[in-house]
Design a protein around this ligand. Structure first.
Ligand SMILES: [Zn+2]
Length: 258
């Protein structure tokens, strides 16, 4: 297997996975979405809430805030050595929020005891307080996975088979771009077909072809185009890495249990 990074941004990575099986590509996708642990608030204790919103609604909103956290330092509660309901500094973070008077209460006003834990977006709005209102609460954040609850989902990940386009038998450089605008007629054809007016019209801005040329659309069943966008506090590249580690661990566990 081989990986080629095509594009890497703060929130998104696109890469090509070569010489792989569909089963592996699928396992990788599902692991990135469902098994990479992220941090979110699990429990909220209200000390005072005279705002216009019910406790449950505020708790839900706080629960949806994604957090950046030092990944090596925290464990999933079920994997933590403390083995307790209460948790310990390795598997949970205490947070407090106290605000009164007219204010927009945002994610940045929730203060974790661990300073290395910060909201991905400090400006996520939790609630707007009016002049005579007050909100005070304590919260506990833990690691969890997308499989357990959507609020723990690390990434949105998808893949498709890598397209290859040939014109008169010659591979086109920008196949991916051409594939995006190619019509069903081209994509579903069995082998090369003659370029007609409608094909020419759909592809005219992406490749240099003429009516009567032969075009062929191929899909590589062992080459996958991945797109991974983080929706958590973990960078896209780290999500891919972590997913690979998890798959490895699972295989090892399976081997050991045999
Ligand atoms: Zn613990």
């Amino acid at each position: 297997m081989e990986v080629e990074i095509l594009e890497e941004k703060e929130k998104k990575i696109r890469f090509l996975l070569k010489d792989a099986k569909t089963q592996f590509a699928n396992a990788l996708r599902r692991t990135m979405i469902g098994k990479v642990p992220t941090m979110a608030v699990k429990e909220v204790d209200f000390i005072n809430n005279t705002s216009g919103l019910f406790d449950e609604i505020i708790a839900h909103r706080i629960g949806m805030v994604p957090w950046k956290f030092p990944e090596e330092e925290y464990r999933l509660p079920e994997n933590c050595e403390c083995d307790s309901e209460e948790g310990c500094p390795n598997c949970r973070v205490e947070m407090v929020l106290k605000k009164e008077g007219e204010a927009y209460v945002k994610a940045k006003h929730i203060k974790p005891t661990d300073k290395k834990v910060t909201p991905v977006n400090p400006d996520i709005l939790v609630i707007k307080l009016l002049e005579d209102q007050e909100l005070e609460l304590e919260a506990k954040a833990v690691l969890g996975t997308g499989k357990q609850h959507a609020k723990f989902q690390a990434a949105v990940a998808s893949y498709k088979y890598y397209p290859e386009i040939k014109v008169n038998g010659e591979k086109v450089e920008n196949s991916e771009e051409v594939a995006k605008v190619a019509t069903e007629k081209v994509k579903n054809a069995d082998g090369p077909i003659k370029v007609d007016e409608s094909i020419l019209y759909s592809l005219r801005n992406t490749i240099d072809i003429e009516e009567g040329d032969e075009i062929e659309y191929l899909e590589h069943r062992d080459k996958f185009l991945f797109e991974v966008e983080t929706v958590s506090g973990i960078e896209p590249r780290k999500i891919v890495r972590k997913a690979i580690d998890i798959i490895e661990e699972e295989l090892e566990e399976f081997e050991n249990s045999l």
